[in-house]
Design a protein around this ligand. Structure first.
Ligand SMILES: [Zn+2]
Length: 257
């Protein structure tokens, strides 16, 4: 069955779903929601591939999150490259910079991000980028790797950051924070993103949208995020589904091949 919308970034392989992963998948699947499941470490990248391999309309991304940058070994890049040959792997992610938690030193984060951007670019695959309190460095590194393309996941930056990403050809994906009561400035960035560059996601198990804020999130709730986008774009939720579905196929072009 063809999906009606994609949750473009959810971690269904996470241990938060160990008790009921199949039921969570079924609830989303019953509503026509396809899943893109990024890894955030070598282990969870492998788990994402395994889950994608055995489920319809589920695709994986492989990559190492900035939190784990200091643990990356030279051989890991080669392993990631080999995993990218798997037809259910549609990109490299989640990768990026996180200067809020700083779980890995800045220099390690920058180097691991740069290497994975190059890996994706050389393979012609898109990246899914995480950027927290690191927007200037994120733009700098993306700019250094000519020809790289992808999506900034869980966008929570300024209008200026959104425009700079769009200028670099990036897509922008919105998650639960757009539904938070006080997020007026963030919601105001939604109309800045044109129809052909917008995606929606949940980042499950994190960032449940209102009114479920603080609970474990799940892919089904991508519908709620699409509703918020629709309200800001002054259109129907169905139109948000259609636009983001088409954008998902454009950017993650291995889907459907
Ligand atoms: Zn994530």
């Amino acid at each position: 069955m063809t999906p009606v919308v994609f949750d473009s970034h959810c971690h269904i392989q996470d241990s938060a779903f160990d008790e009921d992963r199949e039921r969570v998948y079924e609830r989303a699947s019953a509503q026509g929601i396809g899943l893109i499941v990024p890894g955030y470490s070598m282990k969870t990248s492998q788990e994402a591939m395994t889950f994608a391999g055995s489920h319809e309309n589920v695709y994986a991304l492989v990559g190492v999150h900035p939190h784990d940058a200091q643990d990356v070994q030279e051989g890991d890049y080669q392993t990631l490259q080999q995993w990218c040959a798997n037809p259910k792997v549609v990109g490299v992610g989640e990768i990026g910079l996180d200067y809020h938690y700083m779980n890995s030193p800045k220099e390690a984060q920058r180097e691991v991000f740069r290497r994975q951007l190059i890996l994706a670019r050389d393979l012609g695959l898109p990246v899914s980028v995480h950027s927290r309190e690191a927007d200037a460095d994120t733009l700098e590194l993306i700019g250094m790797v000519k020809g790289v393309f992808g999506v900034l996941h869980c966008f929570s930056g300024t209008e200026e950051f959104a425009k700079a990403l769009l200028h670099k050809g990036f897509y922008i994906s919105f998650a639960g924070p757009i539904s938070f009561k006080s997020a007026h400035a963030l919601r105001a960035t939604i109309p800045v993103v044109p129809w052909d560059r917008i995606l929606v996601e949940t980042d499950s198990p994190y960032l449940s949208p209102a009114p479920w804020r603080g609970q474990r999130n799940e892919p089904l709730r991508v519908i709620r995020n699409a509703e918020v986008v629709a309200a800001q774009k002054d259109c129907t939720t169905k139109e948000v589904f259609a636009a983001t579905l088409s954008n998902t196929y454009t950017i993650f072009s291995r889907i459907g091949q």
